[in-house]
Write a protein of this length. Structure first.
Length: 364
């Protein structure tokens, strides 16, 4: 019997897992700017959400010989300013194998595929190792498509892998989600084994260690981002250096403008910008933990379909606790502070918005 088998028969494996989770709580309690009841409660909820995502990623869908897509961010589990207009789907892969993705295109405006070297548990990075946009794909008349995922270039639709690739990410971006049809996708390994092996003690212990490392590493990374925005982007959107966002797995077609918003009673934040020629744009409010606010029940984001532009074609956003009656109101959903994000996707240029705090009862 191996040492791991000995450990799995004792309480130590589970106790160690719980101790590591407990230690991750220090990231929440150490965030002084979030030391209020709402942000603290959302911080603890954030850790539970990261745990759910991590268990899917590191245990339930972790076998690169038998990959399957799972939702990494959705309405009740969110990471790193998740896009309310997106469906995110992830699958675990290995650079040593080849894969086949099959799907139906649907009518979602933007559909993209990427391979990543996921190191969130180590250093908070997720480097791109390959990208494929549906605009560059061959799709059959009936909407079906097939993609080969491999290190060696393949004929037809090809998504590159690298030696250190560990994940496929599928992003679907909607303008009008109620009326657009999402794509459907499946993935399988080519020439893999016929059946997965039974769960071993070694596999379980390693998965639990990766799970807690992911929870702590992800939480720590985005708290650092939040604190940087709070120190340098107070009530403004001006993060022109895109390097940190691409290192963390951001889409290379997106220009990200992050910031920190903070309102006192009786205040609202007005943001004005020119809208460039682009394939998509949106703006959203997030909490301290860089989770999008509750877009199921509040108007916390707006995009090129739902926004009203000014007569001169410019855009006015109003971040406020209630609708002031002009511009595009973005609901703070009971919060008084947090992070925010404006995305320009496929844009010809990247305007930097102007923003200012004005009285809540002000009118243009």
């Amino acid at each position: 019997m191996t040492m791991t088998n000995d450990r799995i028969l004792s309480p130590d494996v589970w106790r160690d897992f719980c101790r590591r989770l407990e230690a991750a709580g220090d990231i929440v309690t150490g965030a002084e700017a979030a030391a209020n009841p709402l942000d603290r409660a959302e911080g603890y909820r954030y850790l539970t959400r990261l745990l759910r995502i991590a268990l899917d990623m590191q245990l339930e869908h972790a076998d690169p010989d038998f990959p399957s897509f799972y939702a990494a961010s959705h309405e009740t589990a969110k990471i790193g300013a998740d896009n309310p207009d997106n469906i995110y789907m992830n699958a675990t892969v290995s650079g040593a194998r080849r894969y086949r993705i099959r799907g139906q295109r649907g009518s979602v405006p933007i559909l993209s595929f990427g391979t990543k070297a996921n190191r969130y548990a180590v250093d908070g990075t997720m480097a791109s190792t390959g990208e494929l946009d549906s605009a560059d794909m061959t799709v059959a008349a009936d909407g079906s498509f097939e993609i080969i995922v491999s290190r060696e270039k393949a004929n037809g639709n090809w998504l590159p892998l690298a030696d250190d690739s560990s994940m496929v990410i599928v992003r679907q971006t909607f303008l009008d989600r109620a009326n657009e049809v999402p794509a459907t996708v499946t993935i399988e390994a080519i020439d893999g084994p016929a059946h997965p092996a039974p769960l071993s003690a070694d596999t379980l212990v390693a998965a639990l260690e990766r799970t807690t490392a992911f929870v702590a590493g992800t939480a720590r990374t985005f708290v650092q981002w939040t604190e940087d925005f709070r120190a340098n982007q107070m009530n403004r959107l001006a993060t022109t250096d895109q390097t940190p966002f691409f290192r963390a797995g951001g889409d290379p077609t997106i220009f990200y403008l992050h910031g920190w918003w903070q309102l006192e009673p009786g205040e609202m934040l007005r943001i004005d910008t020119r809208v460039p020629a682009c394939s998509f744009w949106n703006f959203q409010l997030d909490n301290y933990w860089m989770e999008s606010l509750d877009y199921r029940h509040h108007r916390i984001h707006v995009n090129g379909h739902s926004a009203r532009l000014n007569d001169d074609g410019t855009l006015t956003l109003i971040v406020a606790p209630h609708d002031p009656g002009f511009g595009n109101w973005i609901d703070t959903a009971g919060h008084h502070q947090g992070t925010m994000l404006l995305r320009w996707i496929g844009a010809t240029d990247h305007p930097i918005p102007e923003s200012r705090i004005i009285p809540l009862d002000d009118r243009p």
